[in-house]
Write a protein that binds this ligand. Structure first.
Ligand code: HEM
Length: 497
């Protein structure tokens, strides 16, 4: 027994020694290739900054990331972070961010948590597949197609307004409980169609995606669940399997139905408030069918990707916008005036959208201050030459969108909510990385125009129906997969006469 214990101790000591030698050799080989960015303070031997990241506390995590990017800002715009053996860099310099976005197209391993559900959908796809799919899907986001969604955007906004009536004149409430499900339904309707889809299927799909999103967030926050083997043994892993099966069951049923309609010559579009609607799933079947490019599984993955990438982002941005407007009544009244002048009482039409100039300025300013994706993370398959440093292949880099939006190029008032800056060309920095809410470069958001159209329509209906009251100074943030309000986001509504 004593001999066996001794043997184990020797093996463990030998493994630790090998690990340390390899770690030292790897870091020396990196150090030999030119100057290294300064390391963010607090690294421990072996685990590096892992102890700072893995606490599962998402508001502390947000404070840590901000502190790290401030450290990078004061050190030529790049800082090193190490989690055990994985080397990360925080990049805040605007020129370096452009280089990073344009050169490194591979996503970091953290995106792999979404892969069991989203597979090779655009958000998580490996680069060779992404290139083919992005080209194939781009026409589905053309202005002509998006114009067909305006009827859905109007009817969903009116549904939201009518459900909010019950809060009229009451105390502040969590707006997310209204906008979250509404936004998910909107994106499901435009992704999979409405009237020809069974309503029960849509709500089943919504339940599955909501649960899947929460599971991915819980996993992301608990570093001990990052390992696939361990995760699959947990109840969270088992729940993930269950909900993926549920969601895939729905997309498979919709896909089969749509394909049959196509074969039988049934028109593959439907009416919504008098407007022709062609859902993303129909367009993807069409584009893929012509060239036979996507399997059923790939079509399902793209539809789920659009839904996951599209609902939470827009809904959270609306929440931030309303908290900001609720704290700046004079700006809210200017928004109301513009909506009243352009629309009066009628629904939004496509030709109205470019006229809602101030509404757009407000949305962009909200996105600048509270970008829902404050960082994106890219994996470097080759070394990346920046202005002052060369980052080694095998590492990963954070592109710090939140830092760009508060960079000194925005002036001394960068921290303030000033939508008017968007109306004056001289007040917007010329640098192409100044505004990166929808990311930068070739892998930027494909749904940007969809999001702006949808959010403008939603705001138009909300602001002309209600006055919003809130207090931005109480807003506290956290990061799960995205930047989310942790406190101070409650809003009160008062019906306009
Ligand atoms: C306010 C709303 C939105 C914001 C702020 C936003 C932001 C972003 C950002 C920052 C990325 C890059 C993510 C990364 O590289 O990790 C992205 C990618 C993406 N977004 Fe959006 N998004 C919004 C709405 C939408 C909508 C409505 C859709 C779909 C209808 C959508 C679909 C996508 C897709 C498919 C990608 C992956 C693109 C690719 O890799 O080719 N997004 N978005």
């Amino acid at each position: 027994m004593f001999i066996v214990t001794n043997m184990w101790i020797t093996v463990v000591i030998a493994l630790v020694a090998i690990y340390i030698i390899v770690a030292v050799l790897v870091s020396r080989s990196r150090a030999n290739k030119g100057p290294r960015p300064p390391e963010y303070p607090g690294a421990l031997p072996l685990i590096g900054h892992g102890h700072l990241f893995g606490s599962g506390n998402s508001d502390a995590f947000w404070l840590l990331l901000q502190d790290c990017y401030r450290f990078a800002n004061s050190n030529s715009g790049v800082a090193g972070l190490r989690i055990v053996q994985t080397q990360y860099y925080m990049v805040t310099d605007p020129d370096d961010c452009v280089t990073l976005a344009n050169t490194a197209l591979d996503k970091d391993v953290v995106y792999d948590f979404m892969k069991p559900f989203l597979g090779e959908g655009l958000l998580t796809a490996t680069v060779p597949i992404w290139k083919i799919h992005r080209k194939l899907l781009t026409p589905a986001f053309s202005q002509g197609v998006l114009d067909g969604f305006i009827g859905v955007f109007n009817s969903q906004s009116k549904k939201l307004v009518s459900s909010l009536n019950q809060e009229d004149g009451k105390k502040p409430f969590d707006f997310w409980t209204y906008i979250g499900p509404n936004a998910l339904e909107t994106i499901c309707l435009t992704a999979m169609g409405g009237a020809t889809t069974d309503d029960r299927l849509t709500s089943k799909y919504m339940r599955a995606t909501e649960n899947l999103y929460n599971i991915i967030v819980s996993r992301f926050q608990r570093f001990w669940l990052h390992n696939n083997f361990v995760f699959n043994l947990t109840s969270l892993g088992r729940r993930q399997k269950k909900y993926i099966k549920m969601a895939n069951g729905v997309t498979s049923a919709v896909l089969e139905r749509r394909k049959n309609e196509l074969v039988n010559g049934t028109p593959n579009s439907e009416e919504n408030s008098g407007k022709k609607l062609k859902a993303f799933i129909d367009l993807i079947i069409e584009y893929s069918g012509e060239r036979g490019l996507l399997s059923d599984q790939e079509i399902r993955e793209e539809v789920s990707t659009i839904i996951i990438a599209g609902h939470d982002t827009s809904a959270s941005t609306i929440v931030y916008t309303l908290v900001l407007l609720g704290s700046h009544p004079e700006i809210q009244e200017r928004v109301f005036k513009e909506i009243d002048e352009v629309l009066g009482d009628r629904d939004v039409e496509k030709q109205d959208l470019p006229k809602l100039v101030f509404v757009e300025a407000v949305l962009k300013e909200a996105l600048r201050l509270y970008p829902i994706a404050p960082f994106i993370v890219r994996r470097l398959t080759e070394s990346l030459k920046l202005k002052h440093y060369t980052l080694p292949a095998g590492s990963s880099a954070f592109l710090a969108i939140h830092a760009l939006h508060r960079h000194k190029m925005w002036g001394d008032d960068a921290e303030h909510f000033l939508p008017d800056r968007w109306l004056d060309k001289n007040r917007i920095p010329e640098h192409q990385a100044a505004f990166a809410a929808f990311s930068l470069g070739r892998r930027m958001c494909i749904g940007k125009n969809y999001a702006l159209m949808n959010m403008k329509t939603t705001l138009a209906h909300l602001i002309r129906s209600f006055r919003f009251k809130s207090n931005i100074s109480e807003l506290k943030l956290k990061i799960d997969l995205m930047l989310k309000p942790h406190a101070g986001h409650y809003i009160a509504v008062e019906r306009r006469m």
